[in-house]
Design a protein around this ligand. Structure first.
Ligand code: ADP
Length: 258
């Protein structure tokens, strides 16, 4: 594990050169996996995350089925090679907790009533961890759900705010996460409705409200990147479909494969 740095902010810049309200760089690819109904690969700083969605599909065992709605199931998993020291494979207290809160972050936005007796299964695999894996996983899962065509009130977007050297900072990096004074992951809809809020450490009431504002600016930026990624994926597919149709229409009769 890294040593605790003496200062986290020097001349207004953080250890990785960011301003206090700046996000780490984000890269998004939608539809990475062929066999999932929806998928997303997301890089956020040093995090590398894959999200896959299956369903709605019949839920087994059947006694777990709900007659009036679908059941959202969420599994967050860290690959054993995702951190410096090998992680023991299988569920841990931490992964069970993150799976639970992540599922709860989606419950208010997924229209589960459309699909009684089914499950919607979300898998988040952390291939490389670098602080903020739960928020990165939720952002990827949000896009994988949209890619699977699951009806939702909207996307959710996630971002953490923390406190280091007595200052609020957006999107914690590893040292800030490990040694900071507070860590507050927030998930919200585009309209600013909070679907998950956790907090580790201490903030005063005034700091808490400022932290929430800062989290909103982070979630807004993430939302915009998510939206752009969806537009890119689906406008490219749409263009390809039009081109295919054009080629079929333009082919002389009798040339087409029978
Ligand atoms: P989050 O990843 O959502 O910030 P935590 O605050 O629990 O969740 O973890 C912070 C960071 O600590 C992770 O992103 C990861 O880089 C690191 N970490 C978590 N669990 C382990 C572990 N078992 N071994 C080594 N590093 C870990």
């Amino acid at each position: 594990m890294n040593e605790k740095p003496e200062h986290f902010i020097v001349d207004g810049k953080r250890l990785d050169g960011r301003r206090v309200d700046e996000l780490r760089s984000i890269k998004i690819e939608i539809g990475t996996l062929d066999r999932a109904d929806g998928s997303c690969y997301l890089e956020w700083g040093n995090n590398k995350i894959l999200a896959a969605v299956y369903g709605p599909r019949e839920l087994h065992p059947r006694h777990r089925q709900k007659m009036t709605r679908s059941v959202v199931q969420f599994r967050y998993n860290m690959a054993s090679f995702s951190v410096d020291e090998r992680i023991r494979p299988g569920p841990s207290r931490r992964s069970i907790e993150i799976s639970k809160v992540s599922r709860e972050a989606f419950e208010p936005v997924v229209f589960t009533k459309f699909f009684p007796k089914t499950s919607i299964d979300v898998f988040v695999e952390v291939l490389q961890a670098g602080a903020g894996t739960r928020t990165a996983g939720i952002n990827a899962a949000s896009l994988a759900l949209a890619d699977a065509g699951i009806p939702m009130r909207g996307l959710v977007s996630a971002c953490a705010v923390g406190k280091v050297d007595g200052e609020l900072v957006l999107d914690l990096m590893k040292e800030e996460d490990n040694y900071g004074e507070a860590d507050m992951p927030v998930v919200m809809t585009a309209g600013g409705q909070i679907t998950l809020l956790q907090m580790d450490g201490h903030l005063t009431t005034e700091e808490f409200y400022r932290a929430l504002e800062l989290a909103k600016t982070g979630c807004d930026k993430v939302y915009e990147l998510q939206r752009q990624a969806l537009i890119k994926k689906y406008s490219e597919e749409y263009t390809a479909e039009i081109e295919d149709e054009y080629i079929e229409d333009a082919a002389p009769e009798g040339d087409a494969d029978e």
